[in-house]
Ligand binder design. Structure first.
Ligand code: BES
Ligand code: MN
Ligand code: MN
Length: 463
């Protein structure tokens, strides 16, 4: 432990500077314009694994962006940890809302990060959190403390649905053989309140197109007789939820897990200040499903949200036009035991059924993913909990998260492996938003805690 901490102290500037270099490459997976940058990032990640001490590292091409695979298998009698992370990032737009350029990292102090935080797209999600594992591995190699075999699988398509990783996993079950999966791509409650994420929501994502007349029309000449697709799309969307924030799609809640009152009371014990939550977002009130708390609304209940809506004239000044088409992108976050495919189908059928005769609608499904719950009574969780308890001086609180990492459910299904969601970010780190950042305290704490996970896990497994 002392060896490890000394190595981290001696190398913390190097660790930070390397991450800054990695953050300079705009590995935006969603936008084909960045394809070369994504590929370049994979090469840098590969190089970092080699330098850290992995003895087999390769870039595995896919139909999309490549997967970086690396391993250090040194003792067949020890357990194997499979580390998963992603080196791709979300698009940086709207770029004008960033206080500093998204791919030009800067370190600034904030109220929650008095030791400083690195501001850049991907700082927390997930380059910073992924790179902690590379640096923890380096630390264990340099201090001769690596307690488990390790495999790394770092992908470049998490932010676009991981469909090629799904294929890779199915085709490489032998190569990916391990005892547990370790992922840092979630958050903790606060820097003095560690937690381990024990659930993720699934996702259904659709794009809808509503078509009225066959071309854009003069809104005076035709307004009042021709159904306006934008108005109609808005009506249809508002019909998808009732006054209790209940989603009205028939069958939507049929399979939703009923969380017992005991479990809800247990979850409610985790510290949470609704006042600070509202203040942090500059909102006056939280807006949850009737009968559920803010935290329940963002974890154990499903959602339906419009992510984007467009149509008609949005340029300078006014143009009097009745548009031919209106569009929206809609996401539904799912909870156990909802199925992404089923919910997408239910949405499609319902949305088509509520369309008035004045328009035609088209629903196009995008990527989805299944929800997951992680137990707290297995060896992986115990090792992770004990590791955090050592480095934070407090037992971490198990807490379900509201985001999605679709590959986690697939890992369980295809590899039979459970994942430890060992995230170290804060919800306020603005992932996917302008001014994303990652605390240096969080980064170094992760690098310090990960080796203890390996140590504890090997001890528990070999007992
Ligand atoms: N790291 C996030 C997911 C996350 C963040 C989970 C915080 C829990 C807490 C991940 O990169 C992500 O953004 N996932 C997408 C899903 C995807 C299919 C695009 C999401 O949740 O929107
Ligand atoms: Mn992520
Ligand atoms: Mn993300």
């Amino acid at each position: 432990m002392e060896l490890i901490n000394n190595y981290i102290t001696d190398n913390k500037d190097k660790f930070v500077n390397e991450l800054i270099e990695l953050l300079k490459i705009p590995s935006v997976s969603a936008d084909p314009a960045y394809k070369n940058d994504v590929a370049k990032t994979a090469v840098v990640v590969k190089q970092s694994l080699i330098e850290a001490g992995a003895d087999l590292v390769e870039i595995c091409p896919t139909a999309g962006h490549p997967i970086v695979y690396g391993e250090k298998m040194f003792d067949a009698s020890l357990p194997t940890v499979l580390v998963y992370g992603h080196y791709d990032v979300q698009p940086a737009d709207p770029v004008e809302l960033w206080d500093s350029p998204p791919f030009d990292p800067v370190i600034k102090k904030t109220e929650l990060h008095p030791d400083g935080a690195i501001f850049a797209r991907g700082a927390c999600d997930d380059k910073g959190q992924m790179y902690m594992h590379v640096k923890a591995f380096e630390t264990m190699m340099q201090t001769d403390t690596l307690a488990c075999n390790v495999k790394f699988m770092i992908e470049g398509e998490e932010e676009v649905g991981s469909s090629n990783l799904g294929i890779f996993v199915k085709e490489n079950k032998e190569k990916l053989k391990a005892d547990v999966i370790l992922i840092s791509d979630t958050s903790i409650i606060a820097n003095d309140t560690p937690s381990i994420c024990v659930g993720l929501r699934g996702l259904s994502y659709v794009e809808v197109e509503v078509t009225g007349p066959d071309r854009d029309l003069h809104s005076g000449v035709y307004g009042g007789t021709v159904g306006n697709p934008i108005n109609i799309l808005c009506d249809m969307i508002s019909e998808l939820k009732d006054e209790n924030n209940h989603i009205t799609i028939p069958g939507f809640y049929d399979k939703v897990e009923v969380v017992s009152d005991t479990d809800r009371a247990e979850m409610a014990r985790a510290p949470f200040s609704e006042e600070n939550y509202k203040k942090g977002l500059s909102i006056n009130v939280v807006d949850t499903e009737a009968g559920y708390s803010a935290r329940e609304g963002s974890s154990i209940r499903p959602t339906l949200d419009v992510n984007g809506i467009w149509g008609g004239y949005i340029g300078e000044g006014a143009k009097t036009v009745l548009a031919s088409k209106a569009y929206a992108k809609i996401s539904m976050r799912l909870v156990p035991y909802q199925s992404s495919e089923e919910i997408t189908e239910l949405f499609q059928r319902h949305f088509e059924s509520i369309a008035p005769d004045t328009v035609k609608v088209k629903v196009t499904p995008h990527h989805g993913g299944e929800p997951i719950v992680i137990p707290i009574d297995f060896d992986g969780y115990k090792a992770a909990s004990a590791a955090m308890e050592t480095t934070y001086g407090k037992k971490p609180i198990p807490q379900r998260g509201g985001g999605s990492i679709p590959i986690v459910a697939l890992f369980e299904k295809e590899l039979g492996l459970k994942s430890i969601l060992f995230g170290f970010g804060l919800n306020s780190d603005d992932i996917h938003s302008p001014n994303e950042h990652y605390g240096i305290f969080n980064y170094l704490k992760g690098i310090e805690t990960i080796p203890l996970f390996y140590k504890n896990y090997a001890e528990i497994k070999l007992k």
